[in-house]
Design a protein around this ligand. Structure first.
Ligand SMILES: [Zn+2]
Length: 329
């Protein structure tokens, strides 16, 4: 992380260009007590949590956010007549900063808990400009400047700006996005709890007779494991890489061409056994029936949760995710 992201003032003598760029673009503040009218101030606090604490080394906090190195090395810089130090440096990449000479916040996001960073800009909307001229009145009582009340409806009326290059791109119908590789969604269920589909006109007894009978990608994965030794080399999630699901014949056949990865449908941790079953499906191989999924060291555990526990997949009762196989899940 330290190789890519810097959150400290460079040495002024050694790297004057870097130092100048950080001072000009990447110092947050001053806010708090010295400048309470700074836009970042909300309810008397800096909403961006500056100045941060000094920190001798970079680490990742328990909630997945990076805590960057900000050493107490005595380096300081003047900005707007205030003296700031490493605690006020916004994380950035020094090379990029010097090259582009603009505010460039770079953050590390390798944990799904900081997923906000990954999708923030995709969901922020298109490039647009929204401007208005407003009268600002001075409050007769305290002399402060009062902005007009915010008209939320007017704020909601947004104007879309399409640049020339984007307009051309769309007119030529070039791809805006593509997906690679192909993904096979994998359903799963507890034993005999597969979905049952029926017509309104069907007799309830006929429907009930079918409960637990349906062949699914999940049950058929275990059946394939019974029949083929090489199938046992793969977890359920890995199965589509080497096997193809035939939805008409309800059977997995060996893959001849192409490539797909498998992803098992999400389970809410509140769903208890379903959730724990899903964790196991991402790591267990050669399961030929449901109880096989609960085997750890030749012991068949009574519940999926207990199997997960003995595999050390859970930190505690409040465990929401496993470090192991996070990408596969
Ligand atoms: Zn602030």
């Amino acid at each position: 992380m330290d190789k890519i992201i810097n959150a400290e003032l460079p040495d002024k003598a050694e790297d004057p260009t870097g130092f100048e760029a950080v001072v000009q673009f990447m110092l947050h503040g001053s806010c708090r007590e010295v400048n309470t009218s700074c836009p970042c101030m909300i309810a008397g606090k800096c909403s961006k949590y500056y100045p941060r604490d000094f920190c001798p080394y970079t680490s990742v906090s328990y909630d997945g956010y990076p805590v960057y190195r900000r050493r107490k090395d005595g380096r300081e810089a003047e900005k707007n007549k205030h003296t700031l130090d490493n605690r006020s440096v916004v994380p950035h990449n020094l090379d990029q900063l010097v090259k582009y000479q603009a505010h460039l916040n770079v953050e590390w996001c390798n944990k799904h808990r900081s997923v906000k960073y990954l999708f923030k800009y995709m969901s922020k909307g298109l490039d647009m400009a929204h401007a208005s001229v407003q009268e600002v009145r001075r409050n007769v009582n305290n002399g402060n400047m009062n902005a007009q009340p915010v008209d939320e409806i007017e704020t909601f009326l947004k104007c879309r700006y399409v640049s020339a290059s984007e307009a051309c791109w769309r007119m030529f119908a070039f791809e805006i996005q593509y997906k690679q590789p192909h993904v096979q969604h994998l359903t799963y269920h507890l034993e005999t709890e597969q979905d049952v589909f029926f017509d309104d006109s069907e007799a309830p007894d006929d429907v009930l007779n079918r409960v637990g009978d349906a062949i699914t990608t999940h049950t058929e994965w275990m059946t394939t494991n019974q029949k083929h030794e090489d199938a046992c080399q793969l977890t359920y999630a890995e199965f589509p890489t080497k096997w193809v699901w035939d939805n008409n014949g309800k059977i997995w056949t060996r893959r001849q061409k192409g490539f797909k990865i498998g992803r098992i449908y999400f389970a809410n941790p509140n769903s208890e056994e379903s959730y724990y079953l899903r964790l196991l499906l991402n790591i267990v191989k050669r399961a030929k029936c449901f109880p096989d999924l609960r085997i750890v060291d030749k012991v068949v555990h009574p519940t999926y949760k207990s199997a997960c526990n003995s595999l050390s997949l859970l930190d505690g009762d409040d465990e929401w995710h496993v470090a192991l196989n996070e990408t596969a899940s």
